[in-house]
Design a protein around this ligand. Sequence first.
Ligand SMILES: [Zn+2]
Length: 396
Amino acid sequence: MTSQSTEKSAAAHTGAGPRTPSPDHIRRAPKVLLHDHLDGGLRPGTVVELARETGYPGLPETDPDLLGAWFRQAADSGSLERYLETFSHTVGVMQTRDALVRVAAECAEDLAEDGVVYAEVRYAPEQHLEKGLTLEEVVEAVNEGFREGERRARDNGHRIRVGALLTAMRHAARSLEIAELANRYRDLGVVGFDIAGAEAGYPPTRHLDAFEYLKRENNHFTIHAGEAFGLPSIWQALQWCGADRLGHGVRIIDDIQVHEDGSVKLGRLASYVRDKRIPLELCPSSNLQTGAADSYAAHPIGLLRRLHFRVTVNTDNRLMSHTGMSREFEHLVEAFGYTLDDMQWFSVNAMKSAFIPFDERLAMINDVIKPGYAELKSEWLFQQTASTSGSSQSDG
Ligand SMILES: [Zn+2]
């Protein structure tokens, strides 16, 4: 029996129960996001306006609602070509300083509105040079946007901190240059480095010089690995490249055997990932679209959470997957019956795995995340008690 089918039958017994947090609780709960692409999270209306302002031709729709639906359908289509086309449009309108500032500001604002208190948002500077910006100008524009978004969120009563991860594209040859850029802007809004793009044919070891450089500089990086491609990709990312975290890493499930009696056996690599507390940046909705899982209930996150891997919940591409952190948690609550305690566990996991310094992570956990959940849990208890005593009153 495969681990996935076991998980499916186990999930059939869970689902929403009496301790289920409401959508309002889920939205207000302090959440931490480590894997979100800037070019995958634009507001459809912004894509339309920026296309008009910057003279970008070729949007498939110019009505924001229709465009939003088009992005979702293209991402759902199962066709890699159509999926990649979605990014050609978002990246296409993000070629000027003003556009980058706006997109980054709205990103921070939208995440804050959704209850995210800390986020690491990634993008590839090399994809924003078509209209003459330099790599440095791209980074500075995005940083400016994030600071502006943080300010606007604060004015609206939300508190968020956003750090940037600079991504190099796996198929390109600029990874060392981008790694150097990440290092130069360290402590100036950039918190780490990543590589992304098609896994097949482009193993992370192609970019060893970039990773070795970052290690020598005591800098941090994550690697997209083990999304569509299996264990060799994860193994290379960890044991050859020295990744601090795994972008997705969901295929680690291939190294875990679940037997009929429910006992579980971890292979060497899965053991290593769990023993070393390697963070997995799991993105359930995105995985469903790329076929890495058939349903939320069948998603390996259920098993990995039970086995106490360092699991984190992420959005990947909010526009293409029509999602956000709250929506991801709503799906998981429905599939696995997760409670506010589970949400807190995921959020603390993510905060522990962030690339900012230890004391700042600890402060976020102790001053923001734990008090936030404590408040929600007492409110939840109060509501439960009130509704119970209300019903007993009506009985009397
Ligand atoms: Zn990603």
